[in-house]
Design a protein around this ligand. Structure first.
Ligand code: KG4
Ligand code: ZN
Length: 346
């Protein structure tokens, strides 16, 4: 079975073809980052319009890459939510129109399920059950994953998401959007002893997170700086603050993963979502894995941030378990707010 995946929940347009027998055939991606950069964040209306412009060329690119034609597609999976309503509607309308024209069934996929399952696209995928840390721009959740559609939420952020904390702190340091990769690169040159920032909720006995205090701590350091004006902070000071921030967030994320593994007795940890691309987080988790004897799995770097491959894959997994999961009703039915625990078991 060949499944076309369509992702358009935020600022990346992704299309991909996944074959349940041969694996991922192709994927094509366009990131709108450069367009949103000058606004310091995603502008929803611009995002929707750009998804419209990119989708068909990306579809053609993925078909060509796979050596397939439209008629070879058996089902279409699209991101139904959560995400920006207008952006989701573009993907949903493209998937439903194609489905109707080709007389093929369509299936709405939960964006976070796509992220959660993305490490399974790797050549050596983890077996179920595992603990998943989902760290994206909009979410920070620790989950126990027993199978496709079998997710138990262990804990989540009470305020900002990890990616949001990266982006907002980067902005306070005058770095561009998205800030995660930029603050991470800068932190490499920072002195780890210069600024010791708080580790919020690190020692609470639950699996919840809170990052808004950490962002405020960055703000306070920036404001208290003798130069008072961010533009005057020298590059080394910026790097030191970046290092203080990255060390704090990475330490909290690592500690909570380790305690979730201990609590459940599981030995496999999967990292998903954009922040999973972070080099310092990976180094810290790898060190913890070696010390505590667990195994950590990451999606391929290109599948950490939003992409169509994870949506095609999640759709294909659901269809393999339940072929009736895809239908021919073709209603543009998006769910901008869609808690993962409301996701139907397959
Ligand atoms: O999963 P994703 O592409 O989109 C959402 O579904 O939110 O995640 C985007 C987030 C952004 O906040 C971005 O700054 C962050 O992931 N990110 C990173 C890195 N690469 C992306 N954060 C830290 N270090 C990185 N290398
Ligand atoms: Zn995402």
């Amino acid at each position: 079975m060949i499944v076309l995946g369509v992702e358009s929940s935020c600022d990346e347009t992704g299309l991909a073809l996944y074959d349940t027998e041969r694996g991922l055939l192709s994927h094509a991606l366009y990131s709108q980052v450069a367009m949103h950069e000058e606004y310091g964040g995603v502008v929803p209306e611009l995002a929707s319009r750009d998804h419209i412009r990119r989708a068909i060329p990306l579809l053609e690119q993925s078909l060509t890459g796979a050596g397939k034609q439209l008629a070879d597609i058996d089902a279409i999976a699209y991101t139904q939510g959560p995400g920006l309503a207008g952006a989701l509607l573009v993907g949903s309308s493209i998937a439903c129109s194609l489905g109707m024209a080709l007389d093929k069934p369509v299936l709405g996929v939960h964006h976070l399920e796509g992220h959660l399952l993305s490490p399974l696209l790797a050549s050596q995928p983890p077996a179920f059950p595992f603990i998943a840390l989902l760290v994206s721009g909009g979410h920070t959740q620790l989950m126990r994953v027993d199978g496709v559609g079998q997710y138990t939420l262990l804990g989540e952020t009470l305020d900002d998401a990890a990616g949001e904390a990266f982006d907002k702190s980067a902005k306070l340091l005058g770095l561009g959007y998205p800030g995660g990769p930029a603050i991470s690169r800068l932190a490499e040159f920072g002195d780890p002893t210069a600024y010791k920032l708080p580790r919020p909720m690190m020692h609470t006995k639950d699996f919840n997170f809170s990052f808004s205090g950490l962002k405020t701590a960055v703000l306070t350091v920036v404001k208290n700086h003798e130069e008072k004006v961010i533009a005057n902070i020298c590059e080394q000071d910026k790097a030191d603050i970046a290092r203080g921030f990255v060390d704090a967030i990475v330490e909290v994320l690592t500690a909570k993963c380790v305690s979730a593994l201990k609590h459940t007795g599981l030995k496999r940890l999967v990292i998903a979502g954009g922040v999973g691309a972070n080099a310092q987080l990976r180094a810290s988790l790898n060190a913890a894995a070696a010390k505590k004897k667990f195994k950590v799995y990451y999606p391929e770097l290109e599948f950490c941030t939003d992409n169509g491959a994870m949506i095609a894959f999640a759709g294909a997994m659901r269809l393999m378990i339940n072929p009736d999961a895809a239908q021919k009703d073709y209603a543009f039915n998006v769910r901008p707010r869609w808690p993962l625990d409301e996701l139907k078991v397959v």
